[in-house]
Design a protein around this ligand. Sequence first.
Ligand code: ADP
Ligand code: MG
Length: 699
Amino acid sequence: MSTLTNQLKSNLKETFGFDHFRGLQEQIIKDLIQGNDQLVIMPTGGGKSICYQLPAVIVEKTCLVISPLIALMKDQVDGLRANGIHAGYINSSLSPQERENTLHQVADGNIKLLYLAPESIGYVSSVLKKEYLSYIAVDEAHCISAWGHDFRPAYKKLKFLKQSMPEVPMIALTATADKATQADIVNELGLINPITHLDSFNRENIFLNVQPAHKRYDKILKFIQSHPNESGIIYCLSRKSTEKLSEKLTKEGLKVGVYHAGLETDERNAAQEAFIYDEVQIICATIAFGMGIDKSNVRWVIHYNLPKNIESYYQEIGRAGRDGLPAEALLFHSYGDILTYSRFFEESSNEEFQMAKLLRMKEYADAVNCRRKILLHYFGELLEENCGNCDVCKNPRKFIDATVLAQKALSAIARVKEDEPMGVIIDILKATYSNEVKEMGYDQLKTFGVGRKLSKTDWQHYITQLINEGYCEIAFHEKNHLKLNPLAREVLFNNKKVFLAEPQKKTFSEKKTQNVTQKTDNQETIFSELKKLRYQIAQQEDIPAYLVFNDASLREMAEKKPQNSAQFLGINGVGLRKLEVYGDAFINLLKNYGSSKKQKGETYLITYEHLIKGKSPQEIAQLRELSETTIYSHIAKLFEDKKLTAVEDFVSPDEIEQIKLAKEKIETETGEELQQLKPIFLELDEKISYGKIRIALNF
Ligand code: ADP
Ligand code: MG
């Protein structure tokens, strides 16, 4: 390995705690250090930030980061500081004095990364010089393009940066795969001979699930209930539906926030913050929500409505599972959404373009084969094998000979002279006396009632497939009437065979079976303890919990149970600073559970068997070659499980008294309810074990 490769690898571990680079990260960093301009295209959640954050640690001067949202700048800087990197930001919320101080630090070379919104560029003119800046990173660079869906006029101002400092390398980063937008970025920023890095768009950890919208509220509720305490986003089409949905979910006892462009800036920022800080579990939002949010423990994203194109969909689901752990994207597909959009689009100047994009989205939702293949193909990538992590792969569709079904549907379309939408066709097939049927006398048709046996949803499913397979189509300009294609004649008159996928009967989340690693109950308990500790630390430091450690790191801790600093540093996500500041608290907690080698099976139940036989904790510790502390932690667990009830068998009344007093004392001093055992342990001069404290507090 070259020296630079080695250095980058150790920087990645020491500073960010990660063991390996993902995808093209290493190459991008090398190109940046060598002074090249670059355009980087990586999916949402792919890991763009490291590409400009890591080299900032190595080079001498400051890296200027242009990032769109003032509200999120503080979190980004907090995240860097948690890793021991000197970072700052400048925006209108700072006082002139604070801004001045920060600029001085830049001039003195004491700040590695300076975050700035394009609107604030005027504040920093004094340091926009090659003497001070090592390179400039433009994040969410698609905001510069009027083609893009997040156009922000202030990004246009950035052109002068490259013009006035051509020697300072610039790296532009985006998740937008659209070619026109990419060309726009290069032109508008004036990048000089940029290297383009297009990383894979595959986000393997996201389970892709599409379900019919029928009874979607019930399905959503069930889904959330099967994902307790997991953060998630629900995207809705309208402001009103975000509010309605959040109201209903709140009534179920869930903690839910709302975010849409109709709220005041303050309200929006507060909702965003509550979500980032895990104060609400769920956010019901319009697409206005999400850009620049790096919350790594979003475990699921639900689309209440069909997104209007695949780009938006992919960007939105990309916000789940940034930490690389299994995550789920659940999309509700309704035919009604297509009609709503087609009405919206009629008023826009590029109706056909938008409609074409929507139809690709619809094809994805209707797909009867691997969904990931379709997505990646859309972004120009070929996936050779089926992904195995979408609802179709998990539950392959069964194809049946549907020739007779197809003949019935197509003939109904013919008999109404191709002059009715899908709903009326289904009414005819099912012999429903709807207004249209009565008015037009369709009950006299030969096809009236020939499809009684199937449900309305099943008919929708089959007719949609007939549309997708090209037998008929929807004329959006003619009140959504169904029209026959030449292929339909083959079916109606030449007996052409038609094979269609059966509707899915099983509609629910596969989450429980998709986890790659089998987690034991014990690991789940440790994981939730670790989460509590993380939340506590985050509150003390006033930063979002995921900035302390992400879920992936906590999962690994729960599995490996590191017992000392060296082992703790081995966890992905633990760098030197986090080891130093958080190491003790986490290691202490994990010590209660013993190392993973000894933890095979339900070890505390073995302790239980010995106790029943009348052995003392000391004897069991000797017998099992475990520490007494570990045995006491087993006993504490047995109390929690109510397998044991007589506390005084293990902790003397005097000890119980001391523990309770210590707890009260600490709580009076801090004015808060105590969640951790450590302060009590320390207060009692480390004389009473953690196990005993746990047992006593359970009492
Ligand atoms: P993007 O900006 O591309 O949407 P981020 O830069 O926010 O994505 O990164 C997404 C997540 O991936 C973050 O939680 C980050 O800590 C994590 N990450 C990035 N690079 C690595 C890596 N090499 N190893 C492990 N995790 C990583
Ligand atoms: Mg990002």
